[in-house]
Structure formats: structure tokens, C-alpha cells
Design a protein around this ligand. Structure first.
Ligand SMILES: Nc1nc2c(c(=O)[nH]1)N[C@H]1C(S)=C(S)[C@@H](COP(=O)(O)O)O[C@H]1N2
Ligand SMILES: [Mo]
Length: 420
């Protein structure tokens, strides 16, 4: 318990396994449940079993991820497996609120259409071919991060997937600009918000219910970054990531990047779909003490994700020769756009070493940082990383802004290094 709760004052976890986690499992196969929280070999069809299926294996090819829940399927990536500039499918985290639809499992996009309706001059029903032919096709490197990434570090804890640092990835997405498609439909002045729909099934199996249906302010939808994509890293989007079509709203919580996208309803009010209300993806309107029971009416929708960084090399727990320079590297990103700087500390934040920072491939891509670090003498060290965005806002050394569901935790990432 204390391992996961007091991230601030204790030894950094140096094992590959996540810290022990307190959470309740609601459903799922017992045989699979026994593996929850462990680093499991996905090739063994465990994930497919979790959905009550034998074949196909819906997580085939996922490698080294940590399974947080099996129904729905949720798995995060250990930091050292996120070292690539472009996160490969194998290492991209998975967050499903419902069941992966059959169309995705079969990779069958036949007859797929995307409807744009609501507060538009001309409602559209677009096939995949229409999207490819009628709009400029672009490829952008975009971060997807779950709003609950870092939840495990809050005290007291919050219910939900106990993500530590790995509910994030950055892939190359190919598709069209969300803004271009909305413009083609003619957004009316009355438009306020988008409402997103996919064809994944609610966990209950009730076809009337949405697994999740979130949206963004119309200004965000029209702004640079938003995409409707059909390829991830040059291939059709894999089943668990939204085949055949998904939204990307980079900089906002991952939940606004609807997978299995069938409809964008342009609303004349804030969207009220599944997981838009209550405590879902909402934060207290004012700062609250940890553990406060915040009235629902005082909760506000979470928008921009905070500035963040992740040390992806070396792996925590690595031994390194004392007195010799060795490279520490990782990525930094922010919901507000570009990163201004990343600094590293090897003395618990007393002094900081500026890292070299690469420009982003494009807006909302994560940015590579690297620095040579020398550990003066043999012993235990921690490397801390602190990113600062263009507004001068930096990551805090402690979990910021406790909130009932544990969203938006951008505490500085720490790894342990053992100098020998
Ligand atoms: N249709 C649909 N879209 C969805 C979800 C979902 O459950 N169903 N989960 C959302 C959440 S909460 C996140 S964090 C991202 C995760 O994307 P990934 O699984 O491709 O990593 O997808 C979002 N889009
Ligand atoms: Mo999420």
C-alpha cells in the first residue's frame, strides 16, 4: 500500500513490475484475473480470453505491457518501453471503456460511414473513401495520454485504473484534419461542443448504452491538431486502437480521442454523453484538500492536459559506473503545445541539469530530451525529470491538485540508478 501511495518519500520502484495496487476487480475470468497487475505474455491469448473469446487474440503482438484490467481491457507501458520516438503498436497502451466491437476484431470496414450532424449547415455521411478523396490527407505525430495517467500516485487513492506513468504513447497518425471535415459540413454559429460516438459495446451488452461518448469545445475541434485518422504508424489502425477510424484531440484527455468513430454530433450545448458528467473526466472548480468529498455540481470538465515528461532510458534500477558520464533520455509533452525546457536532477531536486531538447516533429508530438549524467560516487541515486512548457509552467515534485478521480497527475518522473 505505502509503496504506491507515498511516491514522494520512498525508494523508487526498481523492479519491472508495478507497485502493488489496491483496486477492485469487478468481473472477468478468474484465470485471467490472477494475472491482473502483472507483466504477462500477451501472446498467450489471455486478453482474448478476458473478453470471453478464444480467437482472435485482440492484444496479439502487445509486448511487455502491464495489464490493469481485463474487462474492459486496459494495459499500460513501462517507461523504458516508451523510448522510441514513435511508439510502436507493440508498446502502445490500451484503454477501453467497453468491448472491442466485432467490426474491429474482424478488421472489417465494409460500409463504414461517419456521420457529421447537429449544428451544421449540411449534415454529412462520409465513407472512408470520401474522407480519403475529399480532404487533404496528412500524417501527424501525436501524443495520446489518458486523463487518469498518474492516478496511482495520489493519496488518498482514487478509484479507476491505477495507471502509473504508462498510459501515454506517441504515434504517427494518417487521416484528415477534424477542422476540415467540420468546415465542409458548415459549422453553425450555434455550435458549442462536439459529441463523439463509436460502435463499441457497453460492458453490460446493452446496445442502447454508449461505452463512452465524450466531446470537446468547438474551438478545440476546429483548432490545429485534431484529426480523423485511419492509419497508425503506416498501417490500418489496429483493433484495440479504434479500427477503422478514430478521432485524435491531442493535448486533451485521451478520452476525447474517440475510437471506432461513427458519428460526430455538433451540439448547441456542452455534450452530455456517457462519461461527460458526474466525476468522470471532471475536476473540482476550486482547489480541494486531499480526500474532500466534492459536490458533483462543483466539478468542471477537464480540458488541456498538463506539462509532463518521462525518463525512458535507462530503465529504473540500472547499474552504472560511478564517475562516468552516461546518457539519460526521454520525452516531454504538454497539452498547451510546445515544451520550453527539460531539466534533470540527481540530488532530489536540489540542483538541476539542463537537458538538450529536440523540437517536436509537429505540434502535439512529444519532444526528445537527453543529458549526460555523472553519478559522483558509488551508491543509490534518483534521476528526476522536470519539463517546463512555453508558458513557464513546470511539473511539480509532488502530486498536484488532488481530485476525486485522480486525473491530471503530472508529478515529476523519477527513476533509480545504482552507481557502482
Ligand atoms: N470508442 C471508444 N473510444 C475511446 C475509448 C473507448 O473506450 N471507446 N477510450 C478512450 C480513452 S479513456 C483513452 S485514454 C483512449 C485510449 O486510446 P488507446 O487505447 O488507443 O491507447 O481512447 C479513448 N477513446
Ligand atoms: Mo482515458
Amino acid at each position: 500500500m505505502s509503496e504506491m501511495m507515498s511516491h514522494n518519500a520512498e525508494k523508487v520502484d526498481t523492479t519491472e513490475k508495478p507497485a502493488r495496487r489496491a483496486f477492485l476487480k469487478s468481473t472477468g475470468l478468474t484465470a485471467v484475473g490472477a494475472f491482473v497487475g502483472m507483466n504477462i505474455p500477451f501472446k498467450d491469448n489471455l486478453m482474448a480470453m478476458a473478453q470471453g473469446m478464444d480467437v482472435p487474440d485482440i492484444m496479439a503482438g502487445k509486448d511487455g505491457l502491464i495489464l490493469l484490467n481485463d474487462r474492459p481491457v486496459n494495459a499500460e507501458t513501462p517507461a523504458h518501453l516508451l523510448d522510441d520516438d514513435v511508439t510502436p503498436y507493440e508498446h502502445f497502451f490500451v484503454r477501453n471503456n467497453g468491448l472491442v466491437p466485432d467490426t474491429a476484431l474482424d478488421m472489417n470496414a465494409e460500409g463504414w460511414t461517419l456521420t457529421i450532424d447537429g449544428e451544421v449547415e449540411t449534415p454529412l455521411e462520409l465513407t472512408l473513401e470520401d474522407l480519403k478523396e475529399k480532404f487533404e490527407v496528412i500524417t501527424r505525430r501525436l501524443v495520446v495520454e489518458c486523463g487518469g495517467n498518474g492516478r496511482a500516485f495520489y493519496t488518498p487513492g482514487a478509484s479507476g485504473n491505477q495507471w502509473t506513468t504508462g498510459a501515454v504513447g506517441c504515434a504517427d497518425w494518417t487521416g484528415v484534419r477534424l477542422g476540415d471535415v467540420l468546415k465542409a459540413a458548415g459549422v453553425k454559429d450555434s455550435a458549442v461542443y462536439t459529441g463523439h460516438y463509436g460502435n463499441d459495446l457497453h460492458l453490460s451488452g446493452d446496445e442502447e448504452k454508449q461505452a463512452i461518448s465524450r466531446g470537446v469545445p468547438i474551438e478545440k475541434a476546429m483548432a490545429e491538431g485534431g484529426m480523423i485518422a485511419w492509419e497508425m504508424n503506416g498501417k490500418p489502425i489496429p483493433a484495440v486502437h479504434g479500427f477503422p477510424l478514430r478521432l485524435l484531440n491531442p493535448g486533451y484527455p485521451g478520452s476525447t480521442s474517440q475510437k471506432y468513430l461513427t458519428r460526430i454530433w455538433v451540439r448547441d450545448q456542452v455534450h452530455d454523453g456517457a462519461k461527460m458528467g458526474g466525476y468522470s473526466y471532471r475536476l473540482p472548480a476550486y482547489p480541494v484538500a486531499p480526500g474532500t468529498e466534492v459536490p458533483e455540481e462543483d466539478m468542471e470538465i477537464m480540458t488541456e492536459m498538463p506539462v509532463k515528461s518521462l525518463i525512458t532510458f535507462p530503465q529504473t534500477g540500472t547499474q552504472t559506473p560511478a564517475g562516468e558520464a552516461s546518457e539519460v533520455r526521454g520525452h516531454a509533452w504538454a497539452g498547451s503545445g510546445d515544451i520550453a525546457s527539460v531539466d534533470l536532477s540527481i540530488d532530489f531536486g536540489q540542483t538541476w541539469i539542463p537537458a538538450k531538447l529536440d523540437p517536436p516533429k509537429n505540434k502535439f508530438a512529444w519532444q526528445r530530451f537527453r543529458a549526460d549524467v555523472t553519478l559522483p560516487e558509488a551508491g543509490y541515486y534518483e534521476v528526476w525529470a522536470r519539463a517546463t512548457d512555453m508558458n513557464g509552467v513546470a511539473q511539480p515534485p509532488v502530486s498536484p491538485g488532488w481530485n476525486p478521480r485522480g486525473y491530471g497527475n503530472n508529478i515529476q518522473h523519477r527513476i533509480a540508478l545504482i552507481a557502482t
